[in-house]
Design a binder for this molecule. Structure first.
Ligand code: CAA
Length: 257
């Protein structure tokens, strides 16, 4: 039995963390199942991935507190490194990843959403990094990605106070791009994913690489890196067909071939 389900709908892959009775909390088994699913994604067939949680209450309510409660330093380091490795794999997937946040996204759940490219939330979503109240630091990337996503001041406030925020505040601070009624969340995620999947696949991947790698560079290095991403698109059939159609004032076929 796997705690993580995967479904392929045309060019879109849907990952569901499925441990509903524990609000999809991440223990070592769930992390292992998630890693196996991420490793198995067929990059040729998949142009966008959606990550969500099973049920109507939680995206992921964090790392499993019971599993962590007896950890000493060595076990804690290994658990944190494992979560970081798996989330980094998600971040480094070549295609965009959308987090569809259907409820609690606390601790490791907030961190999972931060490893995705885009976050959209249901109106029942709750975000937070409660770790300081539990005697630990965030361990799956929260101290790093939250500040990079919403800015240092807001991230420090959330992490030091361990106070949760609701979906509308998450939208206000730029943690999520949009908020929808819960029953519309997956349709909206799918619409966005299909829109992404309908664009030139090489170009979309080069955009992701350019943005993510460029953010780790100084602006001079980044500005000389972008032409490499641009060049990798030039000369492709996608570019040729799309630009020829524009020049000939024709509608271009979608990039589904
Ligand atoms: N770990 C383990 N089990 C969890 C869990 C977690 N993070 N979150 C929820 N559960 C379990 C509960 O123990 C409960 O199990 P039982 O039915 O067997 O008792 C079940 O899920 C349902 O939860 P509640 O009864 O608590 O549901 P609620 O509606 O009353 O409260 C909640 C929901 C506010 C999310 C509450 O469950 C909660 O506060 N959970 C913990 C959230 C948290 O602190 N997450 C951060 C963990 S630390 C971390 O993630 C570190 C890291 O970065 C690596």
């Amino acid at each position: 039995m796997s705690y993580v389900k995967y479904e392929q709908k045309d060019f879109v892959g849907i990952i569901t963390i499925d441990r509903e009775k524990s609000l999809n909390a991440l223990n070592p088994e769930v992390l292992a199942d998630l890693e196996a699913v991420v490793d198995a994604i067929d990059a040729d067939k998949t142009r966008c991935v959606i990550v969500t949680g099973a049920g109507k209450k939680a995206f992921v309510a964090g790392a499993d507190i019971g599993a962590m409660s007896t950890m000493g330093p060595a076990e804690g380091r290994a658990f944190s490194a494992n979560g970081n490795d798996v989330f980094r794999k998600i971040e480094k997937l070549p295609m965009p990843v959308i987090a569809a946040i259907n409820g609690y996204a606390l601790g490791g759940g907030c961190e999972l959403s931060l490893s995705c490219d885009i976050r959209i939330a249901a109106d029942n979503a709750v975000f937070g990094q409660p770790e300081a109240g539990l005697g630990i630091t965030p361990g799956f990337g929260g101290t790093q990605r939250l500040a990079r996503t919403i800015g240092v001041g807001k991230a420090k406030e959330m992490i030091y106070t361990a106070r949760n925020i609701k979906a509308d505040d998450a939208y206000r601070v730029g943690l999520v791009n949009a908020v929808y009624p819960l029953d519309q969340l997956m349709d909206e995620a799918m619409k966005m994913a299909q829109r992404i999947a309908g664009n030139a696949p090489i170009a979309v991947r080069q955009c992701k690489k350019a943005i993510n790698m460029g953010l780790q560079m100084d602006i001079d290095t980044a500005a000389s890196f972008e032409p490499e991403m641009f060049a990798a698109c030039c000369g492709t059939q996608d570019q040729h067909n799309a630009m020829t159609a524009f020049c000939e004032k024709r509608k271009h076929d979608p990039f589904i071939n």
